[in-house]
Design a protein around this ligand. Structure first.
Ligand code: NAD
Ligand code: MG
Length: 403
């Protein structure tokens, strides 16, 4: 284990005054949970920038409540609509498009950037925040899947720090803290198994988006909920863990744990397993990253282990859920394959959510795209984004029956 992706802040890390935040994707599931933490602890935070996609009404509501000086949205139409929905006497700078998100993520007056845009759209602002040396609270796992090598190198250059918001990686971050990487034998990512964990394989092909969106334990955005149902989410998380903790994928194991209480485990060479447990509520990981190394009281339902009584673990059904193995295959292939894996998955999940593709088409499309990829290197941001776009077009054609 080569250590963390970046130098962690020392134990004396304690910026003066409130943390100055840019929340990328504030209208999403993670973004809303982050603002709930901020609202409960106004003395700890100043909200400098918020960004959203199409949900202008919610962004306007959040802006009116938290009064950031900078807002960013998808395009000029959303920017105009947003300006028209703000309270009188409050006139923040309104940016838009990819450049707008990058500008918000690199503002000089921001200390901590929460990266919570969904999908590949989160990469450019995340990389920009890293290059600007920010503390990056990273929810957007797709950034590391697409460009883990670039991000790691940028961290080393700029001194940026990545604190993992993804609950499993946050659990590992907590379980690894204070221990030497050389003593780690392997990591165990836990997975809920999703809504179809126990379903017969032959019934999976015909499941609907509504069924797949019903996650048993976590309340999340649509895309990650589908990724959880296919186990692609765990595949993306294996790649994410390899980049964060500098381990080969053989050292990153997956166990299904349907109760979602043990959020992941670090196994040491003396046979010790250290884990982090907690309610399945993203506010724990979000608050820990936004206010690190402070721990904030969060007023969650106390975790009653005696009432839960049983915590169970089982191996994932890799035959019924091929996406996990496809992600491992992509990781073994290298960066370009990971870009293709992610792009194909995003297109297929989008189609599935619109009712234009079957559940089984998601794994089928990803498998097809990985097979079709000639393996060209994707060494920089421009070539990664180009490969991402090209794969999206090919997979859209494939799913439309044109290939
Ligand atoms: P979500 O769909 O609820 O929210 C996504 C946010 O991104 C919204 O603010 C949306 O407006 C914005 N957005 C969407 N497309 C955009 C674009 N093209 N450009 C700019 N902004 C855009 O998603 P979420 O569930 O909050 O997940 C966000 C990220 O966090 C994902 O990468 C996900 O994998 C990761 N994550 C989420 C959870 C969870 O519990 N929800 C847990 C772990 C990791
Ligand atoms: Mg996770």
């Amino acid at each position: 284990m080569n250590g963390y992706i970046s130098s962690l802040p020392g134990t004396d890390f304690s910026p003066e005054g409130p943390r100055r935040l840019c929340l990328l994707g504030s209208t999403g599931s993670i973004g809303r949970s982050a603002l709930a933490v901020v609202a409960d602890h106004p003395e700890e935070f100043t909200v400098v920038a918020l960004t959203g996609g199409r949900n202008v009404a919610l962004l306007a509501e959040q802006a009116a409540a938290f009064r950031p000086s900078v807002l960013a949205v998808l395009g000029p139409d959303e920017a105009r609509a947003l300006a028209a929905s703000l309270p009188s006497g409050y006139a923040p700078e309104i940016l838009y498009g990819p450049e707008g998100f990058v500008a918000a993520a690199t503002l000089a007056e921001v200390d901590v950037v929460l990266s919570a845009i969904v999908g590949a759209a989160g990469l450019a602002p995340t990389l920009a925040a890293v290059e600007a040396g920010k503390i990056v609270a990273l929810a957007n796992k797709e950034s590391l899947v697409l460009a883990g090598d670039l991000i790691r190198r940028a961290c080393a250059r700029s001194g940026a720090v990545i604190l993992p918001v993804d609950s499993e990686h946050n659990a590992l971050f907590q379980s690894l803290a204070g221990h030497k990487g050389q003593y780690v034998d392997h990591l165990v990512l836990t997975a809920s198994g999703g809504p179809f964990r126990t379903w017969p394989t032959e019934e999976l092909a015909g499941v609907s988006a509504a069924q797949a969106l019903k996650h048993p334990n976590w309340s999340m955005g649509a895309k990650i909920s589908i990724d959880s149902a296919t186990l692609m989410n765990k595949g993306l998380e294996v790649i994410e863990a390899c980049h964060l903790y500098g381990l080969p994928q053989e050292k990153v194991k997956v166990l299904v744990h349907p109760q979602s209480i043990v959020h992941s485990l670090a196994a040491y060479r003396d046979g010790s397993f250290l884990a982090q447990l907690g309610q399945p509520d993203m506010r724990i990981a979000i608050a820990y990253c936004l206010c690190y190394p402070k721990r904030l009281p969060l007023n969650l339902e106390p975790l009653d282990l005696a009432a839960l009584a049983t915590l169970t673990f089982e191996h994932p059904r890799t035959d019924a859920f091929p996406c996990l193995a496809l992600a491992r295959q992509a990781q073994a292939g290298g960066q370009g394959y990971c870009v293709v894996l992610n792009a194909a998955n995003e297109v297929a999940v989008d189609r599935f959510l619109r009712g234009q593709a079957a559940f089984a088409d998601i794994a089928r499309a990803v498998d097809w795209a990985l097979d079709a990829y000639p393996g060209d290197p994707a060494p920089d941001l421009a070539s990664i984004l180009q490969l991402d776009q090209a794969t999206r077009l090919q997979v859209a054609d494939y799913l439309s029956g044109a290939s």
